[in-house]
Design a binder for this molecule. Structure first.
Ligand SMILES: NC(=O)c1ccc[n+]([C@@H]2O[C@H](COP(=O)([O-])OP(=O)(O)OC[C@H]3O[C@@H](n4cnc5c(N)ncnc54)[C@H](O)[C@@H]3O)[C@@H](O)[C@H]2O)c1
Length: 388
């Protein structure tokens, strides 16, 4: 195979943007083979290739070697499993599924096919050179053992028009959650990619705190890691101006990432050692300010598409293997579970129990006949929706 023929299922905001990049030749050796959407108006937006009303039809067409799933979230599981069973390489938009049990079903469907079928997730923010640098510094031990992580990521502001623009958005039945399942999968993925998973967390969520929606649009979570380190994760779609500030404290110093700058203040002597050995009551370790230049935010979506293509054709290691997507989903699930029960939650969570509780939420809102207001939203400036 010299080229990969990809089919895109779901031609909404994201799927159409991916189709556009591929048709524009931005991804060498990747070509658009076909598209599929349940809505024929969406198919009509991509007249260059054959369009299918059903994903199954596209999968069986012989026109594609790989598939990119860019539908609403619940379908990622069923379409992902069907595509793996059809022998296709699969790239799933984030989140890979809505809840842990569905992630396990997806991962099980790929088991035994690892050598033959590439299975990846669109965690484009892993290509951001700032996050790559922070991860590399931590992995190299430059900060020493991590003691505290705080991430305030509230620059996901969304308006009422946004939530009213699609029936599936911001509902338990359609999206499976709010900011944790739609905007934050990127940040939760980066969080676990850089710091690993906590062993316990507690969260307070505001359900419809800022918008007329049933799911969470405001979250404050505290976490505990196995080594005793603590974490705080704060997010919201209702705050403006928003913040993206990541602060990491380790034995060897403190790193702050904010407004496209990484500030690293390094302790000459690890803080614990200094505290134990100094005779002075109010002394602090001597420090150096370290300058860390970073050359931009990376190739984002197109870099993941290129990496997926290279993985299929050349065996290049994946930036974001899909099975790793279970961690961000689990963090989101654990935060919701803690908010629903008003209790701390130990990780890993019981995926089946969470699935039952989520289904109860869906049934409850159906019983109450909850309906969202629907309005036509102004055209989307999609680049603004990616966050950073
Ligand atoms: N990686 C990113 O930066 C990023 C950004 C935005 C959205 N997303 C993700 O992309 C996915 C889609 O989001 P969106 O904003 O494009 O949504 P959207 O509502 O704009 O588009 C969804 C499309 O899927 C179609 N669809 C629904 N069910 C289908 C099915 N079973 N088969 C075929 N087509 C179906 C709909 O008709 C619609 O055209 C979500 O998973 C979302 O989280 C990722």
């Amino acid at each position: 195979m010299k080229k990969v023929r990809i089919g895109i299922v779901g031609l909404g905001n994201m799927g159409f943007a991916h189709a556009h990049s591929i048709l524009a030749g931005k991804i060498p050796r990747l070509e658009l083979g076909a598209v599929s959407d349940v809505n024929s108006d969406k198919i009509a937006r991509v007249p260059q290739v054959k369009g299918f009303k059903t994903a199954a039809g596209m999968m069986a067409s012989g026109l594609i070697d790989a598939i990119l799933v860019a539908t609403p979230h619940y379908d990622h599981t069923s379409l992902g499993i069907a595509a793996l069973k059809a022998g296709l390489h699969v790239l799933l938009e984030k989140p890979i599924s809505v809840h842990r049990a569905d992630c396990e079903r997806l991962i099980a469907a790929h088991r035994g096919r690892e050598g033959r079928q590439v299975f990846a997730a669109m965690f484009n923010q892993r290509t951001d050179l700032y996050y790559q640098k922070i991860r590399a510094l931590i992995q190299a031990g430059e900060l020493g053992e991590i003691r505290r992580v705080n991430w305030i990521i509230t620059n996901w502001f969304r308006t009422h028009a946004y939530y009213a623009s699609g029936g599936w958005r911001a509902t338990w039945a359609g999206e499976g959650g709010g900011v944790l399942l739609n905007q934050c999968p990127h940040n939760l993925d980066l969080f676990q990619w850089i710091f690993g998973m906590p062993v316990e967390l507690t969260a307070r969520c505001g359900f419809g705190r800022y918008h007329d929606i049933e799911v969470e649009d405001d979250v404050t979570a505290t976490m505990r890691f196995a080594n005793g380190a603590t974490g705080v994760f704060i997010t919201s779609t209702g705050e403006a101006p928003g913040t993206n500030r990541l602060e990491v404290v380790g034995e060897r110093g403190k790193l702050v990432y904010e407004q496209d700058r990484i500030l690293f203040t390094r302790n000459e002597v690890p803080m614990g050692e200094f505290s134990r050995t100094t005779p002075h009551s109010f002394a602090t370790p001597p420090i150096w300010d370290v300058s860390i230049p970073v050359a931009g935010h990376g190739g984002q979506h197109n870099e993941v598409l290129q990496n997926f293509t290279d993985a299929i054709l050349d065996g290049t290691p994946l930036i974001a293997p899909a099975p790793e997507g279970i961690h961000s989903v689990e963090l989101a699930n654990a935060m919701l579970l803690s908010a629903w029960t008003a209790k701390p939650v130990a990780l890993p969570i019981d995926g089946r129990k969470y699935e039952r509780m989520l289904k109860a939420k869906i049934a409850e809102s159906a019983k109450l006949g909850k309906k969202k207001k629907s309005v036509a939203a102004a055209p989307v400036d999609f680049a603004k929706s990616f966050g950073r």
